[in-house]
Every structure is written in structure tokens, then in C-alpha cells.
Write a protein that binds this ligand. Structure first.
Ligand SMILES: Cc1cc2nc3c(=O)[nH]c(=O)nc-3n(C[C@H](O)[C@H](O)[C@H](O)COP(=O)(O)O)c2cc1C
Length: 163
């Protein structure tokens, strides 16, 4: 029996994640950003992380070409930023504070952590492309709570159990 996509989405939604915005500056200087919860750790030595990007994403080719990206781990106060960066064609950076990181990618202010990466490998991931980045620089904030995503909804660590 083939796996039903709706059921697969439902099952994947049971895996609670944080939420990130993956940013980059394209070769022609355009600022790119997408909300992604496919971020994951890969290796400590060398320091490698991954995310997967939908083949239909506007920014796919530009992420492939520029060879670098930053992973911004969102704070629970940044749900609006998550929504903005998940909306195609919006002016995603309007009103968002950022500075340029070591690799030249925009780094969002107030993120819980930032992994500034150069792209080391790209793999075929079906309808997504898997990007593996080598971490060249890090930002870690000592305080703050994460924005979470579970069963298709944003959550916070402070949500009462079971709600
Ligand atoms: C919580 C959440 C997680 C998401 N995770 C991913 C992801 O891991 N990979 C992806 O390609 N799109 C993901 N998306 C959808 C993209 O953010 C959205 O399609 C985005 O607009 C694509 O950017 P672009 O087409 O403007 O380049 C996610 C959306 C949300 C709300």
C-alpha cells in the first residue's frame, strides 16, 4: 500500500521541533530567507548541520548558487518572523533587524542561536534538496525560550501539558 501524503504529514507533525529561518545573500545581493523545521545536527567534528529545501521554493536555485547560508534558531517571541519567512514573495526582511555574519549571510537579531555555514554537500532528497553546511561561526544566546512546532501549530515551552 502506498503511503498517503496526508497521513505522512500527520505522522511527521508528531515530531516536535524548534523553528528556524535559513537565510543567505544570493550572488547578486538579494536577501533570501525561508522558515524551516527540517534543521538537524549531523556531525561535531567536522561541525556539520543540515536542512532540506523544497524543490518548488523560489529561493532554491539561489541557495544552491551562493554556497553559504545561516540557520537562525527562533525565540518564542519571533512567531511573526516565522510566519513572514514562510510566506512566498512577501518582502520578508521588512521590519526585521539583522546584520551580516562572517560568511556574508544575514543573521537575525534576537535569534536563540545562529549557525553561519558554508555549503559542504547537497543531496537529492526526493521533492526536497538536502543541504549540509559546515559551521564556520556561531552565535549562542544564554537566555530566551524556543519557538516550537507540533501538530501543525506553534507552541511554547510554557504551554500547559496537553493543550
Ligand atoms: C513551521 C514551518 C516549517 C517549514 N519548514 C520547511 C522546510 O524545512 N523546508 C522547506 O522547504 N520549507 C519549509 N517550510 C515552508 C517554507 O517556509 C515556505 O514554503 C517558504 O515560503 C519558501 O520560500 P520561497 O518559496 O519564498 O523561497 C516551513 C514552513 C513552516 C511554517
Amino acid at each position: 500500500m502506498p503511503i498517503e501524503t496526508r497521513k505522512l504529514r500527520e505522522a511527521l507533525g508528531c515530531f516536535a521541533t524548534g523553528v528556524t529561518v535559513i537565510t543567505a545573500r544570493s550572488l547578486d545581493g538579494e536577501l533570501l530567507g525561508i522558515t524551516a523545521n527540517s534543521f538537524n545536527s549531523v556531525s561535531l567534528e567536522p561541525p556539520l548541520i543540515l536542512f532540506s529545501l523544497d524543490r518548488r521554493a523560489y529561493s532554491l536555485r539561489k541557495f544552491e548558487e551562493c554556497g553559504r547560508f545561516a540557520v537562525n534558531v527562533l525565540d518564542e517571541a519571533q512567531q511573526g518572523i516565522s510566519t513572514a519567512f514562510a510566506t512566498p514573495l512577501a518582502d520578508k526582511f521588512a521590519g526585521v533587524s539583522y546584520e551580516f555574519g562572517r560568511t556574508g549571510s544575514p543573521v537575525l537579531m534576537d535569534a536563540l542561536a545562529v549557525f553561519d555555514c558554508s555549503t559542504r554537500f547537497r543531496y537529492d532528497g526526493g521533492d526536497h534538496v538536502i543541504f549540509v553546511g559546515e559551521v564556520l561561526d556561531l552565535v549562542v544566546r544564554e537566555d530566551g525560550k524556543p519557538l516550537l512546532y507540533f501538530r501543525g501549530k506553534y507552541r511554547g515551552l510554557s504551554d500547559p501539558a496537553g493543550s
